[in-house]
Design a protein around this ligand. Structure first.
Ligand code: NAD
Length: 453
């Protein structure tokens, strides 16, 4: 059984039967049977079906947001925004069905034509931190490109995925096009990765599991895209608007209680403004309202589980250099106060490993060259920010930092029409924007002899 818990009060919300490897096989078989007709459906018709699905999800925006908040502990306002982004993602890719354009290439003796062919059955394996949103980033382009899917939600947060399956059925999606199999990663996830009829695995989760998936997928030469962990840098130069950077830095790491792959969990601050920055950030950290996810003024909810809270707490031992911290309720619930560690060396464990909780390391640097070195001194390369008023420096830094998604004088990471994904051990492949479609299709090249020389 899967016991689904409300992390804000530790109450059991629902008990579900955990699906088995045989259930995964059945999901793949249904998706395989549905693939030929879905692939052949005329693109305008597929667009119509996906638009209808988007509007059906939109009709349940509020109940889905409430359910996501209940299951993850995230503030309801955040859950509303996330479900809103999922709806936008379905709307965006619905229009893509008719835009999978190939090319015609003049060559000697004839002409080449390329086609973007769907892959077949695609397994989508997603984490617990943004359950429905991340699922939508994979579902919408996979379906638009003509694939059928098996979605495996995280054990801790299966509820909105199951609701999605109900909505898709009610919206009239052909039987077998969308299959949700909620079970353990080591059972259902593993089976999907090994299944010979699965053409591709689109995975978001930890770097450790990503490594294992890549290894196992090699057996059947599956395509994989991996959206993995991060340890992103928020680089603040002395010429920046220090007060604006300090006001924005807490949200950049404490959003979703720090359980965010894009969390700017290393704040690199130029030495000349270090004390000023630390002083300016303190009231912003202490003002964070941690508490009831359903309350309108709550900014931060609990961590996802007792287990995860233990892992996060291990990064803040008794002798940790805590500069200051916010407050959190006593419990029940898996609460953890936003915590600022400073000054920290880039080599300390808290600065090296992904904490995935509300703990940030502030690290001083002397000059631009050192900022680049520190930002890149990590196995990860997902996200990051650069705060400066010098436009040329902003561009130099943006080119030099090894990360897939950067922002200047902002902490924004995801927008539906723009590519999102990591470099280095944060993974490969891109989600969102037109780029995601490339990862759900293969290019077929057809040569037509024209008799010309
Ligand atoms: P996780 O790797 O433990 O689990 C992710 C998913 O993989 C779950 O559905 C899980 O059941 C499944 N899984 C576990 N073992 C598996 C196996 N052997 N085979 C197949 N599937 C398996 O990650 P998590 O704890 O749920 O999520 C947190 C991690 O996700 C963090 O490292 C975070 O940075 C990362 N993340 C990355 C992004 C991104 O876009 N780069 C976004 C969100 C989260």
């Amino acid at each position: 059984m899967i016991e689904v818990i409300n992390p804000a009060n530790e109450a059991v919300i629902r008990q579900l039967e955990s699906r088995t490897a045989e259930d995964a096989d059945a999901g793949v078989a249904r998706a395989k049977a549905a693939f030929p007709a879905w692939k052949r459906m005329p693109p305008p018709e597929r667009t119509r079906v996906l638009r209808h699905l988007a509007e059906k999800i939109a009709a349940e925006h509020e109940p889905l947001a409430k359910l996501e908040s209940l299951n993850t502990g995230k503030p309801l306002a955040c859950a509303r925004a996330e479900i809103g982004m999922a709806i936008e993602t379905f709307r965006y890719y619905a229009g893509a069905c008719e835009r999978l354009l190939g090319s015609t290439i003049p060559v000697a003796g004839g002409i080449d034509i390329t086609f973007h062919e769907p892959l077949g059955v695609v397994a989508l394996i997603v984490p617990w931190n943004f359950p429905f949103t991340i699922a939508s980033w994979k579902l919408a382009p996979a379906l638009a490109a003509g694939n059928t899917v098996v979605l495996k939600p995280a054990e801790l947060t299966p509820l909105t995925a199951l609701e999605f399956e109900r909505i898709a059925t009610a919206a009239g999606l052909p039987e077998g096009v969308i299959n949700v199999v909620a079970g353990a990663g080591s059972v259902v996830g593993r089976r999907l990765v090994e299944h010979p009829d699965v053409a591709k695995v689109a995975f978001t989760g930890s770097t450790a599991v990503g490594r294992e998936i890549m290894r196992r997928a090699a057996e059947t030469i599956k395509r994989v895209t991996l959206e993995l962990g991060g340890k992103s840098a928020n680089v603040i130069f002395e010429d920046a608007d220090i007060e604006a950077a300090a006001a924005a830095a807490p949200e950049a790491v404490f959003d979703n209680a720090g359980q965010d792959c894009c969390a700017r969990s290393r704040v690199l601050v130029q030495k000349s403004v270090f004390e000023r920055f630390m002083a300016a950030m303190e009231p912003a950290v202490k003002a964070i309202r941690v508490g009831d996810p359903m309350a309108a003024d709550t900014v931060m909810g609990p961590l996802i589980s007792a287990d995860h809270r233990r892992k996060v707490a291990a990064f803040v031992p008794a002798d940790a250099p805590v500069a200051y911290r916010g407050t959190a309720p006593a419990g029940p619930g898996y609460w953890f106060a936003p915590t600022v560690l400073a000054p920290v060396s880039n080599h300390d464990r808290a600065a090296r490993d992904e904490i995935f909780g509300p703990v940030v390391c502030v690290i001083p640097f002397a000059d631009e060259a050192e900022a680049v070195r520190l930002a890149n001194e990590t196995i990860y390369g997902l996200s990051g920010s650069i705060w400066t008023r010098d436009g040329a420096r902003a561009l130099r830094m943006a080119r030099a930092i090894e990360a897939g998604v950067l922002s200047v004088n902002s902490n924004s990471s995801v927008r539906v029409p723009t590519p999102f994904g990591g470099m280095k051990q944060s993974g490969f492949g891109r989600e969102l924007g037109p780029h995601a479609l490339e990862h759900y299709t293969d290019i077929k090249n057809v040569f037509v002899a024209t008799g010309e020389s």
